[in-house]
Structures are given as C-alpha cells and as structure tokens.
Write a protein that binds this ligand. Structure first.
Ligand code: HEM
Length: 492
C-alpha cells in the first residue's frame, strides 16, 4: 500500500514494488527484464522498496531525492550489493573506498584527469582510433563491441602504464571484463554469497577472471619497478609510485594496485559501451546519421582525426553521444549504504540500509524527457535542453563521487565516433536482432556490423552544421561536482 509522506512543500510518495518472491525477492524481474522493471517503479512511489534476494532495498525514483543521496556521500556511502561485490575486484581504490578515505584518494588522482591533462592524450587517442580501424574494408564484418573495447583498453592502458598492453594481454583483459560484468550483475540482484561459493563452471570462470586481472596489474607494476627508478614517468603508475616514495606509509603498494585496477576497469568498459551504442543507434536512425555525416564531412578530411582545432566544431557528434548516454547509460544501476539513521522522502532509514539509484530510470522518466524511448539528439539543442529538470541527466553521476573520467571519456568517444562516421557507414547484418542484456553495465556486447566505405565529400554539397553555441549547450544538465572539473561532458 502506498503512503504519501508530506515533507516541506513536496508530498513524497513512498511505496513497495509488487511481485516479491520468497528468497529471490525481485531477482527474477531484475535479472530477466531489468529495464522494464526499473521503468515500472516510479508508478509505485518516489522511493520504492524492492527486494534483492531476501534483502530489503530502497530504489530512489525522483531526481531531487537522487540529488540528496549523491550530495551526501557521508550518509549514503559506497556500499550495498554492487560495491560489496566490487571490492574483492577493485579493492579499496577511489571508486569503492568509503567516504572517509575518499578525499585523499581523489586528490591524488584528480590531476591526471583534469581537462588540460586529458587534452595531452589527444595524439595517443588518435593513434589508437586509427589503429583499430586500419583493417576495415568494404563489406567487412566488424565485431563493433570487441573493437570499441579494444580501443578503450589500449588507450587507458597507455595512460596508466605508458605502454599499451600487448595484444594477447589486451584480449585477455577484454574477455575477463566480459565475464566479470555479467557475474557482478547476478551477484548484485541476488546478493546471496553462498550461491556463488558453489564451484559451478560460471562461478569458477568468474573467480579465474578476477584473479587474472589482478595478476596482469601486478605484473605491470613489477615490471615498472624493475625497469626504472619509479618516478621518471608521468603516467598514472609513475604518479602513484612517486607519491608512494615521497610519502612513506600514506600510500601502500596495495593502494597502487587498487587504483590501477579501478581505472583500468572503469576506463575501458563504459566508454566502449557508449561508442558501441552510438553506432548501433545511428544505424537504426538514418536521419540522425545523415546529420552526423554532414558535420564530420564539413569538419574533417577523409582519414583525418580530430585534433584541438576540430574538436570544438564537432557539435553534432557530441549531441549524438550525449543522447546515447541518456538513452543507454552504460552505468545504469548503483548501490549505496546508509552509515547512520537518516530520512529520505520523509521515510526513516536505519543505518546499513541498501539504497539504489539508476541513471537509466531517471533518464527514461517521461516527466523529465518527453518520449523517453526515442533517440533524439536534438533534445540537447539550445532552448530544448533547458527544460530538463535539475539532476535528471546523470550519466556520470554527481557530487563528490562523480565520474573522474568524464572529460576523458567524452574526448575519446568524440574522436572515435567522428573518425568512424567520416570514413565508414556501419550497417546491421540482415535479420539482426540484439537484445540488450544488462550486466553490471548496459550496452550491446556482441554487435557485429558491416562496413560500407564513405567517399570523399562531393564538391558543393550543402551541410547542416551546428554552431559552436550548440556545442556549449550540448551538455547534460548535471550537478556540480565538488571535486571533479567540468560538467560531465566537457573536455573535448
Ligand atoms: C562514457 C563513459 C563513462 C561513464 C558513462 C561513466 C559513468 C560513471 C558513473 C555513473 C560513476 C559513478 C558511480 C556511482 O555513483 O556509484 C563513475 C565513477 C567513476 N568513473 Fe566513470 N564513467 C565513464 C568513463 C570513465 C573513464 C574513462 C574513467 C577513467 C579513466 C572512469 C573512472 C571512474 C572512477 C575512478 C569512478 C569513481 C569516482 C569516485 O568515486 O570518486 N570512468 N563513472
């Protein structure tokens, strides 16, 4: 039965989602039809009780309440089923550590992700974009999911360790990531650890994948320590080893490992899914593809990669990416745990309560985004984007735990999408049907498309090119971050 809880001027609705099964709770609905289940929740309240296995949990369905949660990371700390399962993988790095350890860690890493530093990676990103598309030719079937993950893994591994991981290690990381994100999701929606200790093939695969990623990172650290005097490189590993040497005791070898594995994991997966989704959505929306082609043809010569002069002119490219992040946010479901008794929507939550928020749910709420299931990059044109309620667009989250790699991801994705669109049209295979199966992240995981080359720009072709003013406005309205620079999509 729903209750209406008046609190100041807002009468919050607090409810319970129907269809609870003994022991598995809403696990089946969340596992089989997670997006439909999420979209059904706002009808039951602004704060809705659900069951993850036998555990009670609270889904926050209103942007203002999500804002409250994200802005108070002391009370709503990293924790709950997702982060409890991420910790054995990522340790206590910046993404998983509790509030009291966070500020120091974020300060340590933030300089590597500031706009100016991200801009220094433009040439490296360009090299890798060109390299993953080098073998494409007319009629070739490309595994777009694997290619985009190869791209983002190579880019982030160079930023972390200077040298790209060799091809075999890169492929191993990609395969481990795929196993891990699937395994993490089922452990999040049915958080019953005993089930995952049973030595089934799937559980053994998950364990092996986690162990292998740890071993790869350990090897990279050991090689660096053997090869140099630690502090002579300015990549993230160099920064961490220098900080460790300068500040004996404050940063341990374990922390160096945890930060690297966190950045490798977070830096590869989400950006790859965003790019794969964008290419998938463009092929489904030819009229949007035409507009994008018109822009990239005007800004880039064939085979050219965007550099500092071209990036600000890729306005439509960013509209497409922004709408992709709204329509299919790669990070779609996150958990928190309350550290003390607190009020949310006028409802008293005890310490230790599991709270969830979902960028997907907020970004598909018709109250914030009319016709939310349509892919409409024009939503982000000036004059239209202003109607988006505060806090409703949060692909990179908000507050002190906002994504540290937002500007990095947007630059990499803008360069890659513009290059692909300038040179290739990617088509689905005949009869293609891809069901989006959410794992810990959301996006197509086995998308194969066919390459059609695009020729040089025909002389005298008129272009519809969005102006740089559009560019400035093509940013999701996200909350200020207390520590991250930019608004979530700046940085190109
Ligand atoms: C399109 C790409 C990306 C998306 C959509 C995305 C999304 C997010 C979201 C939603 C969070 C907050 C999680 C929560 O509230 O629990 C987050 C955190 C984080 N992301 Fe990203 N991310 C992307 C790319 C990246 C990249 C490229 C990196 C690193 C190079 C990165 C590193 C991190 C880290 C370290 C955190 C934890 C921040 C903290 O707690 O201080 N992400 N990301």
């Amino acid at each position: 039965m729903n209750r209406v809880v008046p609190e100041q001027e807002h009468a919050w609705r607090v409810g319970t989602a129907p269809g609870i099964f003994p022991f598995i709770g809403h696990g089946i609905a969340l596992y089989r039809h997670p997006l439909t289940f999420l979209n059904s929740l706002p009808a039951h309240g602004d704060l809705v009780e659900i069951r993850l296995g036998p555990q009670r949990a609270w889904m926050v369905c209103h942007p203002e309440l999500v804002h409250q949660v994200l802005m108070d990371s002391r009370t709503f700390d990293k924790g709950g089923p997702l982060y409890d399962r991420l910790r054995p993988l990522l340790g206590d790095g910046v993404g998983t550590c509790p509030h009291q350890a966070h500020r120091r860690q974020r300060r340590l890493l933030q300089p590597a992700f500031r706009a100016a530093r991200v801009a220094d990676h433009t040439a490296l990103m360009a090299e890798e974009v060109e390299s993953v598309c080098r073998e494409w030719h007319a009629g070739r079937q490309v595994d777009v999911s694997a290619t985009m993950l190869a791209l983002t893994t190579r880019v982030i591994s160079r930023v972390l360790f200077s040298d790209s991981l060799d091809a075999t290690t890169g492929a191993e990381i990609r395969s481990c990531l795929a196993t891990i994100v699937r395994g993490l999701f089922v452990r999040t929606v049915v958080p019953v650890d005993a089930l995952f200790r049973v030595p089934t093939p799937a559980n053994r695969r998950y364990r092996r994948a986690v162990d292998r990623v740890h071993a790869i990172v350990d090897t990279a650290i050991a090689e660096r320590r053997r090869a140099t005097s630690c502090g002579d490189r300015t990549d993230v590993l160099g920064i961490l080893l220098t900080a460790m040497a300068d500040d004996a005791g404050a940063i341990t070898g374990q922390e160096v490992h945890d930060q690297l594995i966190t950045l490798l994991f977070a830096g590869a997966e989400s950006t790859a899914l965003c790019l794969t989704s964008a290419l998938d959505l463009l092929a489904r929306h030819p009229q949007e593809e035409v507009l994008l082609h018109s822009e990239v043809d005007a800004v880039l010569a064939q085979g050219q990669l965007a550099g500092p002069d071209e990036l600000p002119r890729l306005v439509r490219t960013r509209l497409v990416l922004t709408e992709t992040l709204r329509h299919r946010p790669p990070g779609w479901l996150f958990t928190r745990v309350t550290t003390r008794e607190t009020d949310l929507a006028g409802h008293r939550l005890p310490p230790g309560a599991t709270v969830l928020y979902s960028p997907y749910l907020l970004q598909h709420d018709p109250a914030s985004f009319p016709d939310p299931d349509r892919f409409l990059p024009d939503r982000w044109l000036p004059g239209k984007a202003v109607g988006v309620p505060h806090g409703a667009m949060i692909p990179f989250a908000a507050g002190s735990r906002k994504c540290i790699g937002d500007a990095f991801a947007m630059r990499e994705a803008t360069m890659a999408l513009a290059f692909v669109a300038r040179n290739w049209r990617l088509r689905h295979l005949p009869g293609h049907v891809e069901r989006l199966r959410p794992a810990a992240t959301l996006g197509p995981r086995s998308l194969v498309m066919v390459c059609e080359p695009r020729g040089p720009r025909p002389l005298g072709t008129p272009h519809r090119v969005d102006s740089p003013e559009t560019w400035a406005a093509a940013a999701p309205r996200v909350h200020d971050s207390r520590t991250a620079g930019g608004n979530g999509v700046d940085g190109a």
